[in-house]
Design a binder for this molecule. Structure first.
Ligand SMILES: [Zn+2]
Length: 398
């Protein structure tokens, strides 16, 4: 059994131990020590990184009571015997801040909202608490965040002790422990008692700022994302910078940004409506010109036109306007963006099937499409053949 020294001292970053054996994990060398300060992934907290005998440790896992320190593939293990270990302290301390912050938050959620934590996850960017309760109000979340940060300022000591089952029964644990026998209890002085094997900061002040990010419903539970310590500070710095940039765009101060953005969005919507109306008006004029220049076909007239720069949507609107005029057939094409789109349309009083005409036309040129008797759309032919396809369709009308 590797002795887990991090239980007693989470702040030790450099240590001497004895390398007892070297094994392998998926082709990578793995070192077994008599004792270690390397934390292994457990209880949701990610493993430590660092070096052993100068070799980079990439993973730390438990196997048959031993702790395996996995080295990068291709690394050669140091010789058996004395070995020096160094823990990646910024990474470890970050995990300690997130983990202690989680214990504190879980207890604050119970006291302020009655919501129990059912599971936790410590991610590389954000950490999450899954709460057994319905969606929380913004006011509840704000209250939890404020109380948690007040407790950070109070610098409550955080200690870990091993207790037996009899002593355990006297403690107000948030959740019953999953293991039996001697249990390690992490206590935030007189505030929270949790069965936990993780590494924790000395007092709540070292957690640093606590920021709740958002909540989301997941399988009947509420997942709250949060940041602690340096992560919260980095998040504040980044978001402050983003707000300052946004304010600079509006030549205003950050307080005005949400209002101005809201107004800008409304203005864009109004402009979009105006553009749509004006575009339709212009297309009406254009449809009238096209009708005036249409080719006669018995009692009907045929509009044949190919553009190289019009969106397919505009073509469809034009076709709709043209088919509103009695006795009209419209054979339209666009090759905008190197993509050919054909739209065929006819008035209600014209006895020709546009869907069939389009299908036959495109088949002749290697494309595909079809549609209803009065309106059809298709493509898939080379842009260079669009005009020829329209001529082919026009000839098909007789
Ligand atoms: Zn814990």
């Amino acid at each position: 059994m590797t002795i887990r020294r991090y239980y007693d001292d989470a702040y030790c970053t450099s240590f001497d131990a004895t390398l007892l054996a070297v094994t392998e994990v998926q082709g990578q060398p793995a070192l077994v020590l008599d004792a270690t300060y390397f934390y292994l992934t457990s209880g949701g907290q990610p493993h430590d990184l660092g070096t052993l005998g100068g070799c980079a440790v990439t993973d730390v896992i438990a196997q048959d009571g031993q702790i395996l320190h996995v080295l990068a593939a291709g690394e050669s293990a140091p010789p058996l015997g004395p070995v020096h270990g160094v823990i990646d302290w910024p990474r470890r301390f970050d995990h300690m801040q997130q983990h202690s912050g989680q214990h504190l938050l879980s207890q604050v959620f119970v006291r302020e909202t009655g919501c129990e934590t059912v599971s936790v996850h410590f991610g590389a960017q954000e950490s999450t608490l899954d709460l057994e309760c319905a969606t929380l109000s913004a006011a509840q979340l704000a209250r939890v965040e404020q109380v948690a940060n007040d407790l950070v300022a109070a610098a409550l000591p955080i200690t870990a002790t091993l207790v037996d089952e009899a002593a355990l029964a006297t403690l107000p644990l948030r959740r019953p422990p999953a293991v039996r026998g001697q249990i390690r209890i992490v206590e935030i002085q007189a505030f929270d008692y949790s069965a936990c094997g993780g590494t924790h900061v000395r007092n709540t002040a070292e957690i640093g700022p606590i920021k709740l990010l958002r909540q989301e419903r997941r399988r009947g539970q509420t997942r709250v994302s949060f940041l602690c310590g340096k992560r919260a500070i980095a998040d504040y710095m980044r978001k402050h910078e983003l707000l300052v940039q946004a304010a600079a765009h509006y030549s205003t101060d950050v307080e005005q940004v949400p209002d101005l953005m809201g107004r800008a969005v409304e203005q864009i919507k109004a402009y979009q409506r105006q553009v749509e109306e004006l575009t339709t008006q212009l297309l009406r004029y254009e449809a009238a010109e096209l009708l005036a220049a249409a080719q006669p076909l018995g009692d009907w007239r045929v509009v044949v036109r190919c553009w190289d720069d019009r969106p397919a949507d505009t073509l469809k609107t034009l076709a709709t306007l043209l088919q509103a005029a009695p006795g009209t057939i419209a054979l339209l094409a666009t090759t905008a963006g190197d993509k050919t789109t054909l739209v065929f349309a006819r008035s209600a009083d014209v006895d020709r099937h546009m869907g069939n005409l389009l299908r036959a036309t495109l088949q002749a040129f290697g494309g595909g499409g079809g549609g209803r008797p009065e309106l059809a759309q298709g493509g898939g032919i080379p842009p260079a053949q669009a005009a020829a396809a329209l001529d082919h369709a026009r000839a098909g009308l007789g």
